[in-house]
Design a protein around this ligand. Structure first.
Ligand SMILES: C[S@@+](CC[C@H](N)C(=O)[O-])C[C@H]1O[C@@H](n2cnc3c(N)ncnc32)[C@H](O)[C@@H]1O
Length: 318
């Protein structure tokens, strides 16, 4: 009954319940009136989600947000609100066809929506905006092992498939000497320049649009691939890595921000993400031997793995 929980989260976010509770607990009747919900039903949904530690019934029929539930608000650092919308939208519909992926080992998105996910996003601006904002919300969690690295000797960084620049903004904010480029598809990086300006790093940042299967900006000290390679099956992941290799000089470093999938059962969230990558995109999470083999096929070797709470950083060199 796991999807009942995720659909309940989607439903309360859809009505804007977390935002209403951002300033403190409210009686359920007042809350229901404010968001346009049925009071009795709202109490039942919130009680179930209190069981998931997202809300708290602080007094009979009075509900507040817990620390775990706070990222469901829209205007909070590291907001996951857009991600909830994403998981409750086309991602949910595509999972109805999970059996296609089970039978074929391919993505279920094309048979359901008529084209691969990233192509479909270029033609659906609202969904693309949700996707980009959802990814940006996850950056806070993914960044930690990357921020912990020593950036002192690094002059320039390119964030490949860097979305709207959330990760680059944080890297440049934390390292005043660093200059960087965010590189992504044209419709995605269109929103990057304003985001970098808002973060106060526009004077040290450039925006480059393009296709990472074609060409990647050359000559930087560090290349970051955050949550890119898991979107693709090995054949395409190797093509992307080879494009990186062509852009890199002998001293450049490649930093891959992704999960290292445990080799045994019980992979938890990483295992679920592995299946999600398969169903949505035909991609996969990778174990350490799978990473080593993939990098080897593209002419890289693995130098180190730095573990973080949500993603690891795998450093590779040519
Ligand atoms: C899962 S998101 C990761 C975003 C970001 N790096 C992060 O860590 O949040 C994958 C990114 O790859 C980009 N992308 C997909 N196909 C691409 C292509 N052919 N060339 C460049 N970027 C591409 C998408 O637009 C998206 O921003």
């Amino acid at each position: 009954m796991g999807y009942l929980v995720s659909r309940s989260i989607s439903a309360v976010c859809e009505l804007g319940v977390p935002d209403r509770l951002a300033t403190g607990p409210m009686p359920v009747a007042e809350l229901a009136h404010a968001v346009g919900a049925h009071p009795g039903a709202l109490g039942r949904f919130l009680r179930v989600l209190a069981g998931e530690d997202l809300f708290d019934e602080v007094a009979p029929d009075v509900f507040g947000l817990t620390p775990l539930g706070t990222p469901l608000c829209t205007n909070t650092p590291g907001s996951l609100h857009q991600l909830v919308e994403l998981m409750g939208g086309e991602a949910y519909r595509v999972w109805e066809a999970a059996d296609h992926s089970l039978r074929t080992g391919d993505a279920a998105f094309p048979p359901v929506f008529g084209q691969p996910y990233f192509e479909w996003l270029t033609e659906h601006p609202d969904a693309a905006k949700r996707f980009d904002e959802g990814q940006a919300g996850l950056v806070e969690l993914r960044l930690l092992p990357l921020l912990g690295l020593d950036w002192a000797g690094v002059g320039t960084v390119v964030d490949i498939g860097g979305g709207t620049g959330a990760l680059l903004s944080r890297l440049l904010t934390g390292n005043a000497h660093l200059r960087g480029t965010v590189f992504d598809l044209p419709h995605v990086v269109a929103a990057a320049a304003p985001a970098l300006a808002d973060a106060g790093v526009a004077d040290r940042a450039t925006v480059a649009e393009g296709d990472f299967f074609e060409r990647i900006p050359p000559g930087a000290d560090v290349y970051v691939l955050s949550q890119i390679l898991h979107d693709w099956a090995d054949r395409d992941a190797v093509r992307i890595l080879r494009r990186c290799r062509a852009a890199m000089s002998a001293d450049s470093r490649l930093l891959i921000v992704e999960h290292v999938l445990p080799e045994n059962a019980g992979a938890g969230a990483a295992g679920l993400l592995d299946l999600h990558m398969l169903v949505l995109l035909g991609g996969q999470e990778r174990t350490l031997p799978q990473w080593e083999s993939l990098l080897d096929r593209a002419g890289f070797h693995l130098v180190s793995v730095t573990e973080g709470p949500r993603s690891s950083v795998l450093e590779a060199r040519t």
